[in-house]
Design a protein around this ligand. Structure first.
Ligand SMILES: [Fe+2]
Ligand SMILES: [Fe+2]
Length: 175
């Protein structure tokens, strides 16, 4: 790999990382939606898949504005987070407990993205790339909103159901 000589180089490096990460996410989200039992959680994953496709388009615009080809570089961090998510999908679990675990896995993905977009937004702003900053800021906003939405869903319903899953099982066993 060529030497990173400047903040510009680092911006491109990080953009290639998040571009690859987003592509990995578009393949993982349909599996997360399929594994979810709660219809609202399913809908949240499906909605975020659509958003993610839009985010990829924005990143392609960013590359274009910078006069570069849209090119990803294998994001090992996202690959690891997705692998953990896949393992959770394969676990034997109470449906509500699995839903809570899917939210935990998804929030880890969102936090990775928030960190990435936060950094590239800062770099773009420092370098005076207004349009690039604006596009990346839109992606950042969507990731933050998704993270908050997942928390709200967990706190209002899914974690509560997961907490009660054990009680239901005991009641059934004592019948
Ligand atoms: Fe994303
Ligand atoms: Fe996301």
């Amino acid at each position: 790999m060529a030497k990173l000589k400047s903040l510009d180089d680092l911006l491109v490096h990080e953009l290639q990382d998040i571009y690859d990460a987003e592509k990995q996410i578009t393949k993982a989200l349909p599996k997360m939606a399929k594994a979810a039992s709660n219809p609202e959680l399913q809908a949240a994953f499906e909605e975020h898949l659509e958003q993610t496709e839009g985010q990829i388009e924005r990143l392609e615009q960013v590359f274009k504005l910078l006069g570069l080809p849209a090119k990803g570089k294998k994001c090992d961090g996202m690959a690891g987070l997705i692998e953990e998510g896949q393992k959770m999908i394969a676990e034997d679990a109470e449906p509500s407990v699995k839903d809570a675990a899917l939210i935990a896995a998804a929030k880890k993905v969102e936090h990775y993205e928030i960190a990435s977009y936060g950094c590239v937004c800062t770099y773009a702003e420092m370098l005076g790339y207004e349009q690039v900053h604006d596009l990346l800021g839109q992606n950042l906003d969507e990731e933050e909103t998704t993270d908050e939405k997942l928390s709200a869903l967990a706190e209002s319903v899914i974690n509560v159901e997961a907490e009660e899953a054990d009680d239901t099982e005991e009641e059934e066993a004592s019948r």
